[in-house]
Ligand binder design. Structure first.
Ligand code: PLP
Length: 440
């Protein structure tokens, strides 16, 4: 790697979502990543317990993806997506629609989860406008994360991501989050809490159904520590949306591609939304890419109501459907299928959750939640206040040879689908050992 950290001050790169001053005083660099392991700049091995940021289930630097991107880029490094195209984006959209529930046969490509969310917001607006409806209010949820663009921040329910940025979209109503605190260490879906879906009904009763455009939820709230929906909750949201003409959007940026069982959370929970956003594992994290899939009726309504010859949807990005990203996406989906990785994840889930739950006796652990190959281990806040212990834990884990992403005091453990039992044991053992070494 072309960086000598003895001579580079590290000051010039302003790092995202990072304690820049802390990092630059104590750098945690990765110079190589293969399969489940990262190599740090001192040559040490770090097991990846969060699949990067829940995005690389097939392992880092999968040779088939590297090769597919390399081969593609010999012929194409760019095609303007506005008014021209290349075969790979059509192939990927077709392949995705086969993986998605019926009737999701239309896919719009973007470059990240944040762009997917903002694109979905515009699709919702365009759909209602095409039908002559004046629905402009959105419902989302506390403790949700929908990326960092202005639309997504407006929907999100994480205070630090909002408080310095007061210019958000108007008319967003937040339902309560689904972590009630009454069922600690509940594995899978909590039995209690279905009534929290009535917050959507309250929004209908308060503002009028005719003003509400869509309800955005992560089927499992990922970034705030794996908040699994209570039994019946998503079904009830679907019912309320149906009765009131509200579109239901599942933000599946984390839950898509086998993370919580099924291909998408929609399959795992048996609830089909109207729009699905995705990113992350779409390319096994190898090239930035996101996508929005919609029910046919949404595509058809927006397209058919435009004047003949007109552009139907005034939206898109310079790099929408970039050839390298499409090649990576096609290769990733091929790997998921031929290596049976979603089935492997579903089968490995109970061992993973069993091992994760062994941490329940640790005095620093306040709660554990989990479903599929995704678990949140929430620590009691330390004496320095909320979030500080989580931050210290993430740093200490890296030095102890484990990468786990913390948000606040919750560590989000999301092993790769290629993990063997021994890898899961190693993740849990290093997690516990790090907690043992933290200040009480
Ligand atoms: C549910 C959800 N939506 C959107 C995003 C934003 O994705 P990105 O960081 O690719 O913009 C994330 C990222 O973690 C996410 O978890």
């Amino acid at each position: 790697m072309a960086l000598d950290i003895r001579t580079n001050s590290l000051e010039e790169h302003w790092m995202p979502f990072t304690d820049n001053r802390g990092f630059k005083a104590d750098p945690r660099m990765v110079t190589r990543a293969q399969g489940l392991y990262l190599t740090n700049h001192r040559g040490g091995q770090v097991i990846d317990g969060s699949s990067g940021l829940f995005c690389a289930p097939a392992g880092h630097c999968h040779p088939k993806i590297v090769e597919a991107v390399h081969e593609t880029m010999k012929d194409l490094t760019y095609v303007s997506p506005f008014g021209s195209g290349h075969p790979l984006s059509f192939a990927l959209a077709e392949r995705l629609s086969r993986l998605l529930p019926e009737p999701f046969n239309h896919v719009f490509f973007v470059n990240s989860g944040s762009e997917a969310v903002d694109t979905a917001l515009k699709m919702v607006m365009a759909y209602h406008a095409a039908r002559g409806h004046d629905r402009l209010r959105f419902v989302s949820r506390e403790r949700s994360y929908h990326g960092v663009n202005i639309g997504g921040v407006s929907l999100s329910g994480m205070v630090n991501n909002r408080r310095r940025f007061p210019v958000t979209m108007p008319d967003v109503v937040h339902m309560r989050h689904t972590w009630t605190g009454t069922e600690l260490f509940a594995r899978g879906q909590p039995q209690n809490g279905v009534e929290l879906a009535e917050d959507l009904q309250r929004a209908v009763d308060t503002y009028g159904a005719e003003s509400i455009a869509a309800c955005f939820v992560e089927p499992v709230a990922g970034s705030t520590g794996t908040l699994v929906p209570p039994v019946g909750y998503l079904e009830r949201l679907r019912e309320i949306c149906d009765v009131n003409g509200i579109l239901l959007v599942f933000d599946e940026v984390i839950t898509g591609f086998g993370r919580v069982g099924g291909s998408f959370a929609s399959d795992a929970f048996g609830v089909t939304p109207d729009i699905i956003t995705m990113a992350k594992a779409l390319t096994n994290a190898s090239i930035p890419m996101g996508a929005v899939a919609v029910r046919d009726e949404i595509y058809q309504t927006i397209t058919d109501t435009a004047a003949p010859g007109a552009i139907e949807f005034f939206h898109g990005y310079t790099y929408s459907g970039h050839p390298a990203a499409c090649a990576a996406g096609l290769a990733a989906l091929e790997i998921y299928e031929t290596e049976g990785l979603f089935a492997r994840a579903a089968q490995m889930s109970s061992y993973f959750l069993d091992q994760l739950w062994t941490l329940a006796d640790h005095p620093m652990v306040r709660d554990i939640r989990g479903i599929g190959m995704m678990g949140g281990v929430e620590l009691h806040a330390g004496p320095e206040g909320p979030g500080k212990r989580g931050q210290a834990a993430q740093t200490a884990m890296f030095h102890n040879g484990l990468h786990v992403k913390f948000t606040g005091d919750a560590g989000i453990v999301a092993p790769m689908f290629i993990a063997e039992h021994a890898h899961i044991d190693e993740i849990v053992e290093k997690f516990r050992r790090t907690l043992d070494g933290l200040d009480a």
